[in-house]
Write a protein that binds this ligand. Structure first.
Ligand code: SF4
Length: 339
């Protein structure tokens, strides 16, 4: 079952003299209760897509076409059609987001507890008058204590603390607890361990997986680190130049490594049991969104590039198991799905 369906979404940043296409015709699902990762280099469009789920793309970005549908039980919510009031209620109650550099998202002059409490009060006000429930400070304390315990923080100490009194890893766990505050069905995590040391990074990812498995909340994880995807995600989409190059269950994508870009990412990732001299970096540079290559956007870097790749952009080809690949090498059908 899917919690979000993204269909053929196109997102442009309209500047004075030109328009920049950050996401082009991207189509994928986010499964309920699972961890879906979007992996790709900076500028590949991951954050822009994630922002479209909350209809909060930074100006001057806008959805030009396509749709984002959130499934709330039997009800379907078209996110791009929500008015401002409905959006305010939707954000955080249905989908919450831990932004990149989340540690600076906390208000430096308000205690952690008060930041949680204010959010609860504000969201109560978005509800219709006849369905509002007065949130007492005691009830809020109970909820915040539970969440901080859940992310392995000392609730007594943290609730009374100001952000500067907490370490980077603690602040990140506070933000994760914050994202769970209103019991959303999906949490978006944009590079959730940036600026943390590797031990804390591993701790945070294990914690996220525990939260996912124990609460059933779906997660959309944005990362440039493919090894994190292999270890913690259930589904993965590989982004390049605003396109979804490959999408599927993690075990299928990592076993088959069908798209040349995915293969390049995996082959260039160091591992503790891998001889570093065997690592193969992907040659060339990521594409410039202001001057995108013609045809397949990966063709200037692709070792399998054919003539047609230089002028025609490939369609996305789907296998029966839901594995999708945007590459001409797979245009001939299921039996030829091998390089
Ligand atoms: Fe490489 Fe061509 Fe496939 Fe693009 S379409 S990834 S250039 S083989």
């Amino acid at each position: 079952m899917n919690i979000v369906e993204i269909r053929n979404i196109v997102i442009d940043y309209k500047l004075k003299k030109y328009s920049l296409r950050a996401v082009d015709n991207v189509d994928f699902d986010i499964a309920a209760g699972k961890i879906t990762a979007l992996v790709g280099e900076s500028g590949s469009g991951k954050t822009t897509i994630a922002s479209s789920l909350l209809n909060c793309i930074s100006s001057p970005g806008q959805i030009v076409s396509g749709s984002v549908t959130f499934k709330d039980g039997e009800r379907e919510i078209r996110v791009e059609s929500l008015d401002e009031n409905s959006l305010n209620a939707f954000r955080w109650e249905k989908i919450s987001m831990v932004f990149q550099g989340a540690q600076s998202a906390l208000n430096p002059v308000v205690t952690i507890f008060n930041q949680f409490y204010e959010t609860m009060l504000v969201h109560e006000n978005y509800k219709p008058k006849d369905s509002r429930v007065k949130i007492t400070k005691e009830a809020a304390e109970k909820r915040v204590r539970y969440l901080l315990d859940f992310v392995n923080l000392d609730a007594d100490r943290v609730m009374a603390a100001y952000p500067h009194e907490l370490s980077g890893g603690m602040k990140q766990r506070v933000m994760i607890a914050f994202s769970l505050l209103l019991d959303p069905s999906l949490i978006i995590l944009d590079e959730p361990t940036t600026a943390l040391d590797v031990i804390t990074q591993d701790f945070i990812f294990r914690l996220l997986r525990k939260i996912n498995r124990e609460t059933g909340v779906a997660m959309l994880l944005l990362t440039h680190d493919i090894s994190v995807v292999a270890k913690y995600a259930d589904y993965v989409g590989v982004m390049y130049g605003g396109r979804l190059m490959e999408y599927g269950a993690v075990e299928d994508v990592f076993r088959d490594k069908l798209h040349p870009y995915t293969r390049g990412l995996i082959n260039s990732t160091p591992a503790i049991n891998k001889d570093v001299s065997l690592l193969k970096p992907i040659g060339g540079e990521p594409p410039n969104l202001l001057d995108m290559p013609s045809g397949c956007k990966f063709h200037p870097r692709c070792p399998y590039c054919r003539e047609e790749c230089k002028t025609i952009e490939p369609e996305t080809f789907s296998k029966e198991n839901g594995h999708k690949i945007k590459c001409f090498l797979y245009s001939d059908g299921e039996d030829k799905c091998r390089i």
